[in-house]
Design a protein around this ligand. Structure first.
Ligand code: KG4
Ligand code: ZN
Length: 315
């Protein structure tokens, strides 16, 4: 079995995955969202201190599996350095005391494997990764064969939801709050323009859209609940439209058999419905992770670590 640890941002999580059939045997996550909510975003030092108490608490529960372990896997990048180090330190200590190899796992690769926690691994697959830190389109041939087809020039898709949420006085994370508020609004009420829509660039940009929302809020004397809903709905429509315009450009003359969407923001229902439409037109199969595996978790790190074990020839 593999014990995996995730602490790249504000979720402390540990999982146990069986190597022979990739079955997830144990998975626990303690989220810090409520604590960071009042600050409108994750406070790194506070997050690190919370990991320092949450991770040992979860590890205590997983102790029963120790004697069956083959390796320890841990997210080592990318993420907040002060929170990553909490997980990495725990992994190294466990590796030393239990005499086991420690596998460093890339967090973004982990998100890709969230598609395969309860399903067969499918390669090649093209993936849209939308999280709080990244917005990328990837062509994935295997564990160590990932090509970046497009990435963001500035902010990420998820981060723009967090910032708009903060501007409207909602908490963190912003994605679910904006999605909920948008359901009561008119998505054509605000005339936000789609970023880079006239540019041939295959890239994403969210800083300008964020600023359009900021300026539209400043123009109003006070914000009614309906105005907030209209802003949320219009912003969400344009943010998703930007992704869809660039995806259509990337795949204009290219077939794609399997297409996946991963990362915390892949939970967005408007995005999912637009992707379903896109995949139908392209005659592609759309792969989505279960909602519980979209945001950061150790189950995806454990699933990815099984392929890492093979790659490092440790099994
Ligand atoms: O993957 P994740 O848990 O953490 C990172 O690796 O960044 O993603 C968190 C991000 C946050 O920005 C959050 O607002 C966003 O995912 N998110 C959403 C939704 N649910 C979470 N964004 C849009 N719509 C949602 N329903
Ligand atoms: Zn993530």
């Amino acid at each position: 079995m593999i014990l995996s640890i995730e602490s790249s941002c504000d979720d402390s999580s540990i999982a146990i995955t069986r190597v022979e059939d990739a079955k997830l045997l144990y998975h626990k996550k303690i989220s810090q969202e409520l604590i960071h909510s009042k600050y409108g975003g994750v406070v790194p030092e506070l997050a690190a201190r919370l990991h320092a108490t949450a991770l040992p608490k979860i590890l205590e529960e997983a102790k029963g599996y120790f004697e069956d372990l083959k390796a320890i896997a841990v997210t080592n990048e990318p993420g907040l350095s002060v929170t990553l180090v909490e997980g990495v330190t725990m992994a190294k200590a466990l590796g030393l005391s239990l005499k086991l190899p420690v596998l460093p796992i890339n967090h973004l690769l982990g998100h890709i494997y969230s598609l395969f926690i309860e399903d067969e691994v499918i390669f090649p697959i093209d993936v849209l990764l939308v999280s709080g830190g990244h917005t990328q389109v990837l062509h994935v041939e295997g564990y160590d064969k990932v090509e970046i087809l497009a990435t963001t020039l500035d902010d990420s898709f998820g981060e723009s939801f967090d910032k708009v949420s903060k501007m409207l006085g909602f908490g963190y994370p912003g994605g679910p709050a904006i999605q909920e508020c948008a359901s009561k609004g008119d998505d054509r009420a605000m005339a936000y323009t789609v970023p880079l829509s006239n540019s041939p660039k295959i890239a994403f940009s969210y800083s300008g859209l964020k600023n359009q929302v900021r300026l539209s809020i400043l123009e109003q004397e006070s914000l009614s609940e309906q105005a907030k809903a209209d802003i949320s709905a219009s912003f969400q429509r344009v943010a998703v439209e930007h992704l869809m315009q660039k995806l259509k450009k990337i795949y204009k003359n290219k077939d794609v058999k399997n297409f996946g969407v991963v990362g915390g923001a892949s939970a967005n229902l408007h995005l999912r419905s637009k992707l379903e439409q896109f995949c139908k037109e392209k005659k592609s199969t759309l792969h989505v992770a279960q909602l519980k595996y979209c945001s950061d978790n150790a189950a995806m790190i454990g699933r990815c670590a099984i392929d890492a074990l093979e790659m490092y020839k440790l099994c």
